[in-house]
Each structure stands twice: as structure tokens, then as C-alpha cells.
Design a protein around this ligand. Structure first.
Ligand code: FES
Length: 106
């Protein structure tokens, strides 16, 4: 079950008030990156992106319609941060096959 990101303080113009806490970034399981504290969010052109919350969620599934922010689409998309088991190295597979007893049928 996900936890909603709440705005902690918003000024009348809709921008977050300065936050003196050091910046921290946390990865939400199967979801966005949560950024808290004092930070500047810059776009690809280096321009500052207005932040309306002191805690923001940045998309890491790549499917949001409100980039760079998470819009919750990751849930419908089935995005997961769980990594699959590593593939068995080819050498290990060959060693297992060579060590196996020969089939009695041939
Ligand atoms: S992580 Fe939420 S929409 Fe991408």
C-alpha cells in the first residue's frame, strides 16, 4: 500500500516555503523518488522548476504525464523496483551440464 505525499507548507502564490532541512532523497518501493528538504529542481535547460510542495515525488517509471513529477501512473503500469534474479553465468551452466550423469537412454 502506498503512502500519499502531503504538502507541508504552501505560500499564497502556490510555491513551497523555504525549507532549511538538508535535502534527502528516498526511493519509494515500486514507485517514485521522494525528495525532501532544501533543494532546487532544475529542468533540462537549467531553468528552475517551481516546486509547490516541500516534499516532492519524482517519477522513475518513465510513464508520468506530469514529468518530472510522479502522477501515480506507475501503479497502473505495474512498475516494480524489484530486480529479477541474476542469470546464471554461462560457465556455471556448462559445468553443471558436464557434471550431470549421462542419460541411461543414450
Ligand atoms: S513513478 Fe509514479 S508515475 Fe512514474
Amino acid at each position: 500500500m502506498g503512502r500519499a505525499v502531503q504538502a507541508t507548507s504552501v505560500d499564497p502564490e502556490g510555491l513551497a516555503e523555504p525549507d532549511e532541512r538538508p535535502c534527502s532523497i528516498g526511493a519509494y518501493p515500486d514507485g517514485p523518488l521522494l525528495v525532501r528538504g532544501s533543494f532546487d529542481l532544475l529542468g533540462p535547460d537549467g531553468e528552475r522548476i517551481a516546486v509547490r510542495r516541500r516534499t516532492i515525488a519524482l517519477c522513475r517509471c518513465g510513464r508520468t504525464r506530469t514529468a518530472p513529477f510522479c502522477d501515480g501512473t506507475h501503479k497502473a503500469a505495474g512498475f516494480t523496483t524489484r530486480t529479477p534474479a541474476p542469470a546464471r553465468p554461462p560457465d556455471a551452466a556448462a559445468a553443471v551440464a558436464a557434471a550431470a550423469p549421462a542419460s541411461p537412454r543414450g
